[in-house]
Write a protein that binds this ligand. Structure first.
Ligand SMILES: NC(=O)c1ccc[n+]([C@@H]2O[C@H](COP(=O)([O-])OP(=O)(O)OC[C@H]3O[C@@H](n4cnc5c(N)ncnc54)[C@H](OP(=O)(O)O)[C@@H]3O)[C@@H](O)[C@H]2O)c1
Length: 346
């Protein structure tokens, strides 16, 4: 089939492009050619999704069997591409997020959980990320009535991750015993659940969903079968990198008292009472969602970072700051040692 990806060069869009090409599909990507090189083998149309003239020119390269929008964040902007491309494809797949649910992250999600009421013509300042993504869904529905597929995605990991979560953990652990201390601060409890999803599994599900002509909205997060623990996540990082790291598990309440930021300074760490990972993915699973073990995601992400004699890892710059620097990690571990010595830890 012929596929148009609006975006397509960084992380999720890149995985969709690679997976589609590997399956023998024809892929057009539309982006400005600024943030990353395109996947070899795609047809690239250069342009800005904010420009109506560029979108009109893009429509001239169609039609396509499906449009997959991986780069939409603002309803007004997404509305422009939906309007310009309404006659170019039977379906518009919008990559959304589980942050569209008002329950997130208060309780586990299901497909029928309530969604933010953001209007389809909202501008960038009319809401936060989750509310605006809900508005984007509505903007697509307006021009593709009955012809949309919204995939409400959970936390994504995998090769080319540009956010900074798994790469930060891998790089910290890879440096243990070399550029960084061998003793690595590990947060909370090794038994804490984590249930991310590999971008390549999202990409595979997306192509299958297009082929099955699915419509509507699907919650697409890690499945119960792919759930694992924070302990397993860090051990997978040690195994992938061959690091001599020694994990020091530090009580979560202690870390909070010492102002260590969950999720950013210690990527993916949130106490289970703060983020429930156990969403109901049964509908997506019935439609073909299968998630690989996290261990495989970790190994492949390391293989990407370590590629080209380490050039990838040395030029890696995440979108947002993640991780603890050496001094801060040492300071927190020293305070933890003192607390343990005083007998009040635990
Ligand atoms: N990361 C997570 O854990 C997570 C969780 C849930 C949902 N999501 C969703 O997953 C998606 C992730 O996106 P991604 O960045 O990985 O997608 P991507 O398609 O791989 O990369 C973003 C693309 O958009 C292009 N782009 C940016 N601004 C543009 C503009 N004005 N005009 C044309 N092209 C433009 C970029 O290229 P140029 O800059 O060169 O133009 C790039 O090709 C997002 O929709 C996000 O909401 C992510």
């Amino acid at each position: 089939m012929r596929l148009l990806i609006v975006g397509g060069s960084r992380f999720l869009g890149r995985a969709v492009a690679e997976t589609a090409l590997a399956a023998g599909h024809e892929v057009t990507v539309f982006n400005r050619g600024r943030s990353a090189p395109d996947v070899p083998g795609v047809t690239a149309v250069r342009g800005d999704r904010e420009s109506e003239a560029d979108l009109e020119r893009l429509a001239g390269h169609g039609p396509w069997d499906a449009i997959v929008d991986t780069s939409g964040y603002v309803p007004q902007v997404v509305g422009r591409s939906a309007r310009a491309l309404a006659g170019s494809s039977p379906v518009y797949v919008f990559m959304s997020t589980c942050s569209v649910f008002t329950d997130w992250p208060l309780r586990p999600l299901a497909d029928d959980s309530p969604v933010y009421a953001c209007p389809p013509d909202a501008g960038p300042d009319d809401g936060d990320y989750g509310a605006l993504k809900a508005g984007c869904e509505r903007a697509v529905d307006r021009d593709f009535p009955g012809r949309t597929l919204h995939l409400r995605l959970g936390l994504l990991l995998g090769p080319y991750e540009d956010v900074g979560r798994l790469p930060t953990l891998l790089l910290r652990i890879a440096d243990a015993g070399g550029a960084r201390d061998e003793r690595v601060l590990a947060p909370g409890d090794p038994a804490y659940q984590v249930r991310p999803i590999d971008v390549r599994d999202v990409a595979r599900f997306t192509l299958g969903a297009i082929e099955q002509r699915l419509r509507g909205a699907y919650l697409v997060t890690g499945t119960p079968a792919s759930a694992t623990t924070y302990g397993e996540l860090l051990q997978s990082c040690i195994d992938a990198t061959g690091s001599p790291a020694r994990l020091e598990w530090v009580d979560g309440a202690f870390l909070t008292r010492h102002n260590v930021a969950m999720w950013t300074e210690l990527p993916l760490w949130v106490p289970p009472e703060d983020v429930p990972w156990d969403n109901d993915t049964s509908r997506a699973e019935a439609a073909g969602l299968r998630c690989r073990p996290l261990r495989e995601t970790v190994a492949d992400t390391w293989a990407w970072l370590a590629a080209d004699d380490g050039k990838v890892r040395h030029s890696y710059r995440p979108n947002r700051p993640h991780g603890l620097d050496q001094d801060r990690e040492r300071e927190v571990l020293a305070a933890w040692d003192a607390e343990k010595a005083s007998g009040s830890a635990g």
